[in-house]
Design a protein. Sequence first.
Length: 98
Amino acid sequence: MNSRLKDKNLDQLFEVILSLDNLDDAYDFFDDLCTVTELKAMSQRLNVASLLRQKTVYTDIVEKTGASTATISRVNRSLMYGTNGYERVLSKFEQSDK
């Protein structure tokens, strides 16, 4: 993670997220923490990342997700030059899905 972002408050947030026991706990926590719009935006980005990893073209991603090309470009930039966060979680998720 970008060292400029790392602090004790973010550490606490991520520790709390890691402590969630199940999907219902996650729904309850994130419902309290985030707005519906924020949650939808995060889930959309994850979906976009998954589609980009599958080599889906932008126009199809726009159609499937409703994401703007700016959002798709931002996610793609993270996939190409980021910290591999999307790659790690999506790979883990895809392996557990089999």
